[in-house]
Design a protein around this ligand. Structure first.
Ligand code: ATP
Length: 289
């Protein structure tokens, strides 16, 4: 038996940090959105009990430190599964980019192994296991457009975001998520994005209103060290984007367009600048449809 799944990337239409728990986890309020940029995973049942992963992508481990393997081992242990799985990962989502690349592969693995190993678990049960391995994985299991709260495990689905076109641009720099949060903790947050306003604009189908409110408290931290992010945003906004913003802790920028040709212009302008070697035209997507 073999299962193939697409694991979609996410962008943050809003990201706020509202506090910190005693165990060090940050409390967040985030508007999450899947986009049509995905890794492809195939899962083949084996009887040996082994979990084998093959992937040919720079920066992606294939040993037990990969979230995909962690998920498989967690399910084996938790449910006494004696069967194994041979997994192949075709990576397209930029790595360490703020697009939940590892988390979405982990989420796809929960959903695939639930079927392959006949576990019969609900998405709710999978999310409870998932938050132990990564705060973004529960959202990746649910997918679509959602408000994510708590440490990422309290999820409220939102109406699909208004149709638009996206340019996704990742500069060739590595940003440590740990460093970004440590920096954030060392200062007061000057202003918080209006997460409820973003949600209301989405619910009302108001693309422009949503774009006006987009905000991410991590952006100032990351861009204070990596000004290339602002340079890319400027190129995109000078070339027809309603708004260009950073996703997660960066360094990837997403730009929102109301017109496909304008998005293609923005894409070309960034390509010519050479500032973002990993560059994609994309769209929001609801994987549940
Ligand atoms: P987030 O948006 O959730 O912060 P990210 O997009 O910034 O995630 P990832 O692409 O998940 O970051 O990569 C972070 C690190 O996780 C990588 O440096 C890599 O070593 C490790 N990793 C483990 N599993 C995977 C995976 N399946 N795909 C990519 N990276 C993985």
């Amino acid at each position: 038996m073999e299962i193939t799944r697409k694991a979609y990337a996410k962008i943050n239409l809003g990201l706020d940090v509202t506090g910190k728990r005693d165990d060090g986890y940050h409390l967040v309020r985030m508007i999450m959105q899947n986009i049509d940029l995905y890794d492809t995973l195939t899962y083949k049942l084996n009887e040996s009990g082994e979990v084998n992963l093959s992937a040919s992508a720079e920066g992606v481990p294939t040993d037990d430190s990969n979230l995909i393997c962690k998920v498989a081992h967690q399910l084996q242990k938790e449910y006494g599964v004696t069967k194994g799985v041979d997994i192949t990962l075709e990576k397209r989502i930029p790595v360490a980019a703020g697009m939940a690349g590892g988390s979405t592969d982990g989420a796809a693995t929960y959903l695939a192994l639930n079927d392959l190993w006949d576990l019969g678990l609900t998405k709710e049960q999978l999310c409870k296991l998932a938050v132990k391995l990564g705060a973004d994985i529960p959202y990746c299991i649910i997918g679509g457009t959602a408000l994510s709260e708590g440490i990422g495990e309290v999820l409220t689905p939102i109406k699909e975001m208004p149709a638009c076109h996206l340019v996704i641009a990742k500069p060739a720099i590595a940003v440590s998520t740990g460093w970004v949060y440590t920096e954030l903790d060392s200062k007061d947050i000057p202003s918080h994005p209006d997460i409820d306003g973003i949600r209301d604009a989405i619910e009302g189908g108001d693309l422009k209103g949503m774009c006006d409110l987009i905000g991410n408290v991590l952006e100032d931290v990351t861009t204070s060290k990596y000004s290339i992010i602002k340079d890319i945003e400027k190129i995109l906004e000078d070339n027809g984007a309603i708004r260009a913003f950073m996703t997660g802790s960066g360094p990837t920028v997403f730009a929102i367009y109301d017109d496909k040709e304008k998005a293609q212009e923005g894409y070309r302008a960034v390509k010519e600048s050479g500032l973002a070697p990993e560059l994609f035209l994309s769209e929001p997507i609801d994987p549940n449809k």
